[in-house]
Design a protein around this ligand. Sequence first.
Ligand code: 6R9
Length: 652
Amino acid sequence: MLNRLGGSTRSFFSTTASLSADYATLHKHSITSRDEFWNDVGKERVQWREPFHTVSDCDLKVGKVNWFLGGKLNVSENLLDRHLPLHGDRAAILWERDEPGQHEVVTYNALHEMTCRIANVLKSHGVTKGDRVGVYLPMCPTAAAVMLACARIGAVHNVVFAGFSAEALGKRLHQSEAKVVFTADRAIRGGKLIPLKSVVDEAVKMAPSVQKVFVMDRTGAVQLTSDKDVPLESEMVEAKPDCTPEILDSEDPLFMLYTSGSTGAPKGLVHTQAGYLTYAGLTHKHVFDYEEGDVYGCVADVGWITGHSYVVYGPLSNAATTVMFESVPTYPDPGRYWETVERLGINQFYGAPTAIRLLMKSSDSYVTKYDRSSLKTLGTVGEPINPKAWQWYFDVVGEGRCPIVDTWWQTETGGIMITPRPGLDPNSLNKLKPGAAMKPFYGVDIALMDPETKTKVEGNGVAGHLCVAQPTPGLARTVYGDHARYIKTYFSDFPGYYFSGDGGYRDEDGDIWLTGRVDDVMNVSGHRIGTAEVEGVLVDHVAVAESAVVPKPHEIKGEGIFAYVILKDGVDTDHSVLRQEMSDMVSLRIGKFAKPEAIVICPNLPKTRSGKIMRRILVKLAAGEQEGFGDTSTLSDPAIVDILLELVGDHI
Ligand code: 6R9
């Protein structure tokens, strides 16, 4: 085994606060002695009911990923019960409510009790191991307790971001065959009330599997409208405050979470118990340099994977105090995050580039008037961060003294895969590179692949399709109900490798930069949206014959959605009316966040003679480019480019 600091991986993780000194050695060890490394980490981090007998059984050639076989555990026990003897009175959650200046403290004891009561409510309504539980809730401790209550009884939660429309929610509930759903009367964000229960009422009509709807009271407007509806709080009062945890296998499913891909409907990725827990906890500790007693603030919503791994599972596995942020960065003004940092004493702040870009447009005084001396690490996730935003975050927010961890990962990987932190000597801030995610985490073997030859691109100063050459414990195990799609999407392009869908560049120093998606997935304010998903909605409009959707650079959102549509023959409705209808359809069918920035009605699309749309031309046009469209000679009608240039001009 390893290492200079003495002994095994195990003692390394338990005794050293910083992993920087020995990154190269430990990283190498984690790759060359994979099972030994994860054996040590798994034993160290998880409280097992029964130890695992086999560290891994994986074969990326066939998409087989299994970790810690034979092990038995309960994840909620690991996140809660395990901490009660020493930290029962510690704040588990600081709930930063939407109402400015107010937060609530939920201790580990209190979260344990909430979780057990909800678990008992679930049981009393017949929910058992393996059942799927839909969650459509605001950011609040109840949402975390519902997730943990599912973990306690072995039910599989499926959180759907409470910004998705009724139709999008309905589809997800139906596809996952949810037995019950949790929601609230309304959410409140930025002072605005957002109906949730009425959305669920609509959604449930599409999902006959749903037997009960548990309704939490967030804004005092609970209305029980159907015999499926159950008032959550009163049931919790009646329920017993403790609940014996269900003992589960390492590879039993823990949760599923939908995410968009380049084709077809969103995929429900399934994560399992022990591997996910291990990976989320380990990365949380070492990427953010979390130390005992720190207040950790990730402002993501639990509707996305970041909220799962770095609001709930990772921090709680380390007995951290985790912040749940219900509001928006600009409410009541652009100082909201930093006022929260001061009041809660946040040590690690993890947010999205889109919010940083938005906030840097306002006066720096919104930042500087608050005391940020508690901050030690700043993080970003979800999309590339442009160097200008990075520098502002570093200089103004972090006063030039906090490392920024630009973390690359995905719903599929369960936890952070590439980040400056493991390789970064805390004292050498000057080694950070604005815009680079930099180093693979322990156990992560990054390969850049040539899409033509399907071989690995070796050396430095090279680019390729970003793949992972070894399985990690946090990797999703399947797509719910469609294992073939899982294999096809992630393991068939480059046999023997997991393919991320992103492009990467390894610079002369061997540091990794992300270069954006290489498939048809857009990234709007950090939200993944497939072009095919939006196209699918647009062509359902009665007047539309065909559509093509592409991303367009956007100053704040990173990417905006730019749509081209061809109308059916004979349609003579006013174009602005049609555009409005199409845009409303996208809001209704997917969610407001997927609304196109522009919809260009055009006579045709640039197609090759074989009928394939040349998307690169549409992308360039949407970006406002006037020339440099490359070889257009293979187009069946090259004149279309000039026509589109004219039409697009009106929309940008
Ligand atoms: C965690 C999360 C994943 C996609 C991913 C990539 C993009 C995420 C990034 C980043 C550049 C980063 N992405 N982090 N791109 N730099 N630090 O966001 O999961 O919602 O599944 O999105 O987001 O394109 O493939 P998810």
